[in-house]
Design a protein around this ligand. Structure first.
Ligand SMILES: [Fe+2]
Ligand SMILES: [Fe+2]
Length: 191
């Protein structure tokens, strides 16, 4: 016997469209931030600023490594470092834009930058040291961004998606660094 359709199916999907329309008209100066924003706004802006600091430190470290590798004629590695520096810059920009959307202020201050950042700025003596330090930094970003993604959950899906996209890119970076280490290892064995 077929069961009668549940009453719930007839309910509109949105909780109360009149109420949503009323709230949208109030506080329009809040822009994208709605009254019903589910995460703690202050915490969201703080963790996004920590992610921003992490990205800025990664830009600086990859830039330093790029120029140092160019100086010792490791052109292909230098090019890889530069590509990563540009991508980290792109991440920083997207995070700063999101902070603005949440009516926060992106913190670009060099003061306390390393304290806010999850990853470290390690210069590294040799080419292999540099690559290893970059891999470590990527692994730190992967772990801390995974945690931030869990915090946003379904409370702030836009910030979560942004971090998920960046996380996928950091995983590619980590893989690139691992491949470089392996390539250099096998070249050393052949030499
Ligand atoms: Fe990044
Ligand atoms: Fe990265």
């Amino acid at each position: 016997m077929a069961t009668a359709p549940s009453r719930d199916l007839k309910k509109p999907f949105l909780s109360d469209i009149q109420e949503i329309r009323r709230r949208a008209r109030q506080h329009i100066e809040q822009g994208a931030v709605i009254e019903n924003y589910k995460a703690d706004l202050e915490t969201s802006i703080r963790v996004l600023n920590e992610a921003l600091a992490t990205e800025i430190v990664c830009v600086l470290r990859y830039k330093r490594h790029h120029y140092m590798a160019s100086g010792i004629h490791a052109q292909s590695v230098a090019a890889e470092f530069l590509e990563h520096a540009k991508e980290e810059q792109g991440h920083a920009d997207r995070i700063a834009e999101r902070i603005i959307q949440l009516n926060g202020a992106p913190n670009f201050s060099p003061d306390g930058l390393l304290m806010r950042s999850h990853s470290e700025y390690v210069e590294g003596e040799t080419l292999i040291d540099m690559i290893k330090e970059d891999l470590v930094a990527e692994r730190i970003a992967i772990e801390s961004y995974s945690e931030i993604i869990r915090y946003f959950g379904d409370k702030d899906p836009t910030s979560r998606r942004l971090l998920e996209e960046i996380l996928a890119n950091e995983e590619e970076h980590a893989e690139d660094m691992k491949t470089l280490i392996e390539t250099m290892g096998s070249q050393a064995e052949q030499a």
